[in-house]
Design a protein around this ligand. Sequence first.
Ligand code: DLL
Length: 435
Amino acid sequence: MRYWNPTYECMTREEMRRIQSDRLVETVNRVYHNVPFYRDKMQKAGIEPADIRSVDDLHKLPFTYKDDLRDNYPFGLFASPLSEIVRVHASSGTTGRQTVVGYTRRDIDVWAEVMARTLTCAEADRESLIQVAYGYGLFTGGLGVHYGAERIGALVIPISGGNTKRQIQIMKDFGTTILACTPSYALHMAEVMEEMGIDKSELKLKAGVFGAEPWSENMRKEIEEKFGIMAIDIYGLSEVIGPGVATECPCRCGLHIQEDHFIPEIIDPETGETLPPGKPGELVFTTVTKEGLPLIRYRTRDISSLNYDKCECGRTTVRMSKVTGRTDDMLIIRGVNVFPSQIESVLLENGETAPHYLLIVDRVGRLDTLEIWVEMTKNMFSDKIKNIEDVERKIRNEVETTLGIGCKVKLVEPKTIERSEGKAKRIIDRRKLHE
Ligand code: DLL
């Protein structure tokens, strides 16, 4: 078994707790003194930095939410002056309040380290040719994997997403050994490869690191068969660092969390109480080495559970189960995080339709599709002059510029969308992500 940094990946639980505690104390002091938001919050909760002495005290600290980042847009939660920040990334969505994350030079260094550990789990080394087909740009996927691959000394192919035929040609011609992209894109690539008449035996691909969206064991089987590779699930979120928060090892029985940097907890999303190992609940992270944007008890909204048993691979770091869903209504469509409320506000601002809509997400071939059904108003329905197609096009363009993903818009007759007596059901997700 190969490790990138066995000192941390295989240390005893006691040593890990000691390191986490020391780093937690430092982080709490840092945010208390550098970020007014955290100081106010802690003061309101009646807590001082001196009250936090070890990881046992973690539960005393207040939670942080995505909305806190939005409310302090763009840089309000940074704990370093901008002169120390060397990079920013942001969550998807091209307008509105994005969540912006900032990295100091040392944060970038930590990120490369955790990504080097991740890629080593996929058996990457200096001989590897790593094709990075995650998007480069404000999304953390591309550059996150890129820096980890360079840290290992592998050869990086920074192709970014899209242009699938070229991806496959390059994979074949260059002899790519590791592919990094979303699992749905990997399946799409496999299909295009078939159309191009290229057989997996013509490739040198050995492994893939797939993440940024939920995927099932069936999808894993299919990807592994179609490419003849080992498919590894990698997890992360921009707020915490990007990819590199947790990764499967070759045993593929849970994702090892890089917990010397990110302390996980599982909580009951309703009560906020900490749940014991093995119980599913909402995953919460506290970063303990980040300088630019440290986060205290950040609510990911992702559902998972924790396992502290030593893994067969020899790593002692806690494992999280594959993410099975979210506690909110965020959808991930073609790797882009989409909140139905973003679409709703486009529809409301547009003003030409009724406030009844339905989002139909599907997977056609290997690509996610989004169809928006929205009811016409009575007036519009009877107004023969209004061109339905024009309105559909207008909404489509607005949704596309807001979210950065394509969609289909269909205006339907008044009263055709089913009304609900309880929570409105506005989403039909036909993708089978958990089978
Ligand atoms: O998706 C970071 C990333 C890039 C991870 C490349 C892995 C590979 P965000 O765009 O901020 O960051 O989206 C974070 O995506 O809260 C989960 O809901 C979801 N997610 C990420 N990885 C996985 C995974 C990147 N392996 C949000 N399984 C997270 C299930 C995942 N969901």
